[in-house]
Design a protein around this ligand. Structure first.
Ligand code: SF4
Length: 573
């Protein structure tokens, strides 16, 4: 206890400290307000927001990262515009460094979750809004928390305790169905709301499912709904229209400054055995050239001269050549065109020339490996000659650089496969000497809903990355590896179950709000030993195909039997 005399002596110091504190708070507020103004005032909206009704539902729609990152997400933009065009909804956007005016009482808080490690910012946001982290601790006084996006659609289980509702699949129709169903029970208790929403296609309420384990640190024994009123499986929703997404806002503050983005295709028909972008989002869909792409591009280019064509496999659009012809017209002369990665054997000289005359210097192709054998294992339908031809075409079309993506640690990979990749890259150096070559390399990580979901991450992958670096840099090939440590965390989250929730929170508590280091995860595993399986089981071990998967009750495009068949074909090589 402080004595009165000491307290009096300390008083001036306290006043100074407290003024200092309020000064800091005022400065932080000022910075936040300035950021809000610069961010939101720089936006060109490409839709007309509705005026909210007096009794509109107050929704805060959050992106758990900075404004610059969040506003560059086409998925986030689309859902926000979907909400903002409804007069029954009063939506405010929230990012970690800026937000719009927030309602006094939030009824629904939604997160768009597209990068695994953003879970740290979701935890921080829930604390900031003074909302209990775990859904079971929330009452009727708290908002409903929903989440959507690729991370949750792939495997929501490590985060199951934090979300009241997970929206699985494409947002186009799902958002409207969710809101309509919510209106039907808006004034009911939390329990009635959740039970009502859980009956809708594509809506997953984790709290209403019980998971049992063979032992505390063993595999999952079963996943069951808590009673017969709750569906035993939830099917991911697939939008079937031929108008895909396009930017709803253009801003110079986006990570790709002032870009107008248009989605040319959704999913990919190639079905490389490791590929989440293909398997999770099947079937392959294409935007109509005449009724969707051309009008969308015309509208976007009224406010900017930078155009991005997006999609996992855009050159496989059946009318891609016509789209190129369209963009080759003189009225697009001052447009800067950017493309997502293109399929290697569709990188023609015409495409390269269109890109270079539209201010693009480089193009990206994903080769995965320079080994024909390994590409067959993963079902990458590509020949070495096609890779070489792509480099020749890129150079002939006037591009300055070629980025190639590959992987290390692919199941069944051997040292010879790695050497073949190195030889391939060196041969490209000779074939297309004017091109700057960059090799971006990631570690193979098993992804849910793909045929290689049962295979673990190779413990040798990091060494292979170092070998690539040693061999490629002296040959003048830029080498850009993805962090092996990040891949381990991705693998953990990718194959995680509900027992990870505690671990993720613990790891965060060791890192003081920052993204936990690998040491924090190891420490958390040590602390929780006996309460969940070890890290190696989640990340490195090959799983038995008969094992109950954490996402077994969440159905994607293909049945598990088909994935097993595809896996068998791969591993039979
Ligand atoms: S071609 Fe690319 S996007 Fe398509 S399945 Fe293969 S890796 Fe995925």
């Amino acid at each position: 206890m402080i004595k009165r005399g000491a307290a009096l002596r300390a008083a001036p110091l306290l006043i100074v400290l407290s003024s200092f504190r309020y000064g800091i708070i005022a400065i932080l507020r000022y910075i936040a307000e300035t950021l809000n103004q610069t961010y939101f005032q720089s936006e060109h909206l490409l839709f007309d927001p509705a005026t909210p009704d007096h009794d509109a539902v107050n929704i805060v729609f959050a992106f758990p990262n900075t404004y610059t990152v969040g506003i560059t997400s086409l998925g986030y933009q689309g859902v926000w515009a979907n909400l903002a065009t409804r007069s029954q909804i009063n939506v405010s956007r929230w990012f970690t460094d800026a937000h719009e005016d927030l309602p006094r009482k939030i009824e629904i808080l939604g997160f768009s979750f597209s990068w695994e490690l953003d879970y740290v910012n979701i935890l921080a946001a829930l604390k900031k809004f003074d909302i209990p982290i775990d859904t079971c601790d929330r009452t009727d006084e708290h908002p409903l928390i929903f989440g959507g996006g690729p991370v949750l659609t792939a495997n929501p289980e490590p985060f199951a305790a934090w979300f009241d509702i997970v929206l699985l699949g494409d947002g186009e129709e799902l958002i409207g169905n969710f809101l309509n169903a919510y209106q039907e029970v808006r004034h009911a208790s939390r329990e009635i709301k959740l039970r009502h929403l859980a009956k809708l296609d594509g809506i997953y309420v984790p709290l209403l499912y019980e998971v049992t384990y063979e032992s505390d640190d063993g595999a999952i024994a079963s996943i069951q709904p808590i009673d017969s009123e709750i569906p035993s499986t939830i099917h991911k929703q697939t939008y079937k229209g031929n108008t895909l997404s396009a930017s709803t806002v253009v801003t110079e503050k986006a990570a790709w400054e002032s870009i107008f983005m248009v989605e040319v295709v959704r999913s990919c028909p190639e079905m490389c055995r490791f590929c989440l972008a293909s398997y999770l989002t099947l079937p392959f869909r294409t935007a109509s050239l005449e009724s969707s792409l051309i009008p969308a591009i015309a509208k976007g280019l009224e406010v900017t001269k930078r155009l991005g064509l997006l999609g996992a496999s855009i050159t496989q659009h059946p009318e891609f050549d016509l789209l190129l012809d369209h963009l080759a017209q003189p009225q697009f002369d001052d447009v800067r065109l950017s493309l997502a990665s293109v399929r290697t054997n569709t990188l023609t000289e015409k495409l390269a020339r269109t890109l270079s005359t539209r201010d693009s210097r480089s193009v990206t192709i994903a080769i995965e490996s320079g080994s024909e054998r390994l590409r067959e294992i993963i079902n990458k339908k590509l020949h070495n000659d096609e890779i070489k031809q792509a480099a020749i075409n890129a150079q002939a079309g006037g591009l300055k650089s070629l980025k190639l993506y590959g992987m290390a640690g692919v199941p069944m990979e051997n040292d010879d496969d790695i050497d073949q990749t190195i030889e391939m890259l060196i041969s490209l150096r000779k074939i297309a000497p004017k091109l700057k070559l960059t090799f971006g390399c990631s570690t193979f990580v098993p992804k849910s809903h793909t045929p290689l979901q049962w295979q673990g991450i190779s413990t040798n992958a990091e060494k292979k990355m170092q070998y690539f670096r040693k061999k490629l840099l002296p040959k003048g090939i830029d080498f850009r590896p993805e962090s092996y440590k990040d891949s381990i965390v991705q693998g953990l989250i990718s194959r995680g179950d509900r027992r990870l929730t505690k671990l993720l929170r613990l790891a965060c508590s060791y890192s003081d709000g920052d993204v936990p280091s690998d040491g924090s995860y190891k420490r958390a595993f040590k602390e929780l030993r006996g309460q969940l399986p070890p890290l190696a089981w989640y990340v490195h071990e090959d799983w038995d195909v008969n094992q109950v998967l954490p996402w077994q009750h969440l159905r994607s495009a293909l049945p598990v039997e088909t994935l097993i068949k595809h896996r068998e074909t791969s591993l039979a090589f």
